[in-house]
Write a protein that binds this ligand. Structure first.
Ligand code: 13P
Length: 336
């Protein structure tokens, strides 16, 4: 077993999942302003520190993805944020892409940037305690899209990123996100997601990536958010497992889904059914941003100094996700 494989397994084994708390300052400002909280470095830290010092960190969270600002911050008890996280038993991770920009010659699509200077940035993040990283490619579905240009160029960037991250001794989370925006069917999402993921692995293999030392972070197979016909959660889980079985090489240790705008309950229930229907060797868990934080953020915004109530809400959500990552979640447990 390689060191990278050990790190990947430490993050996602035994029902543990990933807390994606790597919103850029722009995205975090939108999230905070939506609940009438001013977005300052202090408030962003306060909310995140509240989550990172919750009880559920020990049993449920194997890794936390941080943003550049947060990995350099110090908690109210004087610990660095990476130390606060590793003291709970989880591994600190870091988002290293610098965002999705207009793709030249296909201006309605996006290409993720951040390769320039990446090798040096990775060294600094490793020194700060990071042991894994994230890079998100984003693809939208319409009649024309995603284009071959977007599929190929984002796969290439994900592979170059992964090579540099593994060279630095960290595990890359490879995140090709096919967005749920639009009125497309789940079958189209299946087709496009399969194509995107296969292309990513073509490039990862071409760039000699150790596939046992990565974590794939894909979307689930869903109807577009504007589609009138919604397939059932059971169908979502069957299609999602089928898609991944056909497009992910068997060496990959695990898959950690993004929530992508699903409600907390849908993201939990779908993950639970995915695990019940999982006839692959892949660990299937969560790497949720919104679906782990939404409820806690709402409660926290009512009184930002009420740490306990915020943590209770987060603990419950993390516990439910961890049950779902083992196929042991139920609506009775959810509402207990
Ligand atoms: P969501 O779970 O909110 O989609 O966020 C996960 C993530 O890290 C997106 O890049």
């Amino acid at each position: 077993m390689t060191e990278l494989n050990k790190i990947a397994l430490k993050i996602i084994s035994n029902g543990k999942g990933i807390l994606a708390a790597d919103e850029s300052n722009g995205t975090m400002t939108k999230r905070l302003e939506a609940v009438n909280i001013t977005s300052t470095p202090k408030n962003r830290l306060l909310f995140r520190e509240t989550l990172f010092s919750s009880d559920s960190m020990k049993d449920c969270i194997g890794g936390v993805i941080l943003y550049d600002e947060t990995i350099k911050q110090t908690s109210s008890i004087g610990k660095s944020i990476p130390n606060l996280i590793s003291d709970s038993g989880a591994l600190p991770g870091i988002k290293v892409d610098t965002g999705a920009k207009e793709l030249a010659n296909s201006y309605e699509e996006k290409i993720t940037e951040g390769l320039d200077g990446l090798r040096d940035r990775l060294k600094k993040y490793y020194e700060l305690g990071a042991r894994f990283t994230k890079w998100r490619g984003v693809y939208s579905i319409s009649e024309k899209y995603p284009s071959q240009l977007a599929i190929k160029s984002n796969a290439h960037a994900l592979a170059r990123y992964s090579a540099l991250v593994q060279e630095s001794g960290m595990v890359p989370i490879v995140e090709p996100e096919v967005l749920m925006d639009g009125s497309h069917s789940a079958d189209i999402c299946f087709k496009k997601t399969s194509e995107v993921i296969k292309k990513c692995f073509d490039e990862l293999i071409f760039h000699k990536i150790d596939l046992t030392g990565i974590i794939l972070k894909p979307n689930m197979i869903l109807d577009g958010s504007l589609s009138k016909n919604k397939i059932s959660n059971e169908e979502v889980s069957i299609k999602t497992v089928e898609c991944l079985k056909n497009s992910v090489p068997s060496e990959v240790p695990g898959i950690a889904f993004l929530s992508g705008g699903q409600s907390e309950i849908d993201a939990t229930e779908n993950l639970n059914l995915i695990n019940k229907n999982n006839d692959t060797n892949f660990i299937m868990t969560y790497s949720y941003g919104r679906a782990l934080q939404q409820g806690a953020l709402k409660i926290w915004s009512k009184d930002i100094n009420n740490i306990q109530t915020t943590q209770n809400t987060f603990n419950h959500r993390a516990k439910m996700c961890t049950l779902a990552a083992q196929g042991k979640w139920s609506s009775e447990l959810e509402n207990k």
